[in-house]
Design a protein around this ligand. Structure first.
Ligand code: SF4
Ligand code: SF4
Length: 300
């Protein structure tokens, strides 16, 4: 039987997540719980029925088709405890107020969807970028997906927070053309406290990848008060130097993920942080450069 993974989105024609024109494949399930997560719907591996309250006309076709009495009349429409994700309500709702987030696909089903854009990948030097969530949660699935991509010459990139088992993943990583490795908090205690996961395996995996010549690009999300502190920027810069890397791609915090917390009835906190001004962003870039780290992107 083919393995599956819960894919929750495929965005086509991206120009920012690797070379050329790309498809971004988002896979549900994550090993970390970043409080600033831009994709809160990606954190749990179980698919979920999302409810968009602003679109709901209270017509209750959803309740009429639900076999599990999982539709509520008041408040958030879906009782997740009762819901078995049959998605009949999604089909019945004419207003688009319900959506299934996450669909288990086999590697063959996923790659068939990606192949429709093969001419774009070929003409632009592009390909596919796997992100999430944390795609390394699904080694059997990803191995097969990468084999299928390789068989037709699709360039592949995988974004990871680096929490994977090296023994399990080394042969799979060898099939990738590019690896985006996300750095977050470089202090072990703060990492554990904010992200719910130790730092040592992440650092070991980063060292293993660079030592063995894997094609890695380090990326770092800057989040006010969490990852953009002077101490964290110094620690990240020193870590990159120790790995023999002199460059990083910076990603600026934005709060668009917070709107998605309510549609899944999520428990992630709303941080209410403000976005960086041009001036504060330039200052952060300057701090990396001062430590001898090239910033690959001038603007966020
Ligand atoms: S069918 Fe759609 S619009 Fe009607 S009550 Fe259900 S969620 Fe709301
Ligand atoms: S997905 Fe199925 S079980 Fe869940 S609320 Fe909709 S109709 Fe009911």
């Amino acid at each position: 039987m083919e393995p599956t993974a819960p894919v929750f989105d495929i965005q086509r024609f991206s120009l920012h997540d690797g070379p050329g024109v790309r498809s971004l494949v988002f896979i549900k399930g994550c090993t970390l719980h970043c409080p600033w997560c831009q994709n809160p719907e990606s954190q749990a591996s179980r698919p979920v029925i999302a409810f968009y309250a602003d679109r709901c006309q209270e017509s209750f076709e959803c309740a009429a088709v639900c076999p599990n009495r999982a539709i509520r009349v008041e408040g958030y429409r879906v009782d997740h405890e009762r819901c078995d994700l049959c998605a009949r309500c999604v089909a019945a709702c004419a207003y688009g107020a319900l959506r299934l987030i996450g669909e288990h696909l086999t590697p063959t089903q996923l790659v068939d969807k990606l192949l429709v854009d093969l001419p774009y990948y070929e003409n632009s030097g592009g390909g596919v970028t796997f992100t999430g969530g944390e795609p390394t949660l699904y080694p059997d699935f990803m191995r097969r997906v990468l084999e299928l991509c390789k068989a037709v010459g699709i360039h592949t990139n995988l974004e990871t927070a680096g929490t994977f088992s090296w023994a399990k993943w080394e042969p799979i990583l060898a099939m990738l053309d590019l690896i985006y490795f996300d750095l977050k908090i470089l202090d072990a205690e703060l990492h554990e406290a904010h992200l719910g996961h130790g730092l040592s395996r992440i650092m070991e995996n980063a060292a293993n990848l660079t030592r063995r010549g894997f094609p890695v690009e380090f990326r770092m999300a800057l989040v006010p008060g969490y990852t953009d502190t002077p101490a964290n920027i110094v620690a990240a810069s020193d870590f990159l130097h120790r790995l023999g890397y002199g460059a990083v791609h910076l990603l600026a915090y934005h709060n668009m993920g917070e709107a998605k917390i309510d549609i899944i009835q999520g428990t992630q906190p709303k941080l209410g942080l403000t976005r960086y001004s041009d001036e504060s962003w330039r200052e952060l870039v300057r701090m990396f450069r001062e430590r001898g780290i090239e910033v690959l992107n001038e603007s966020p």
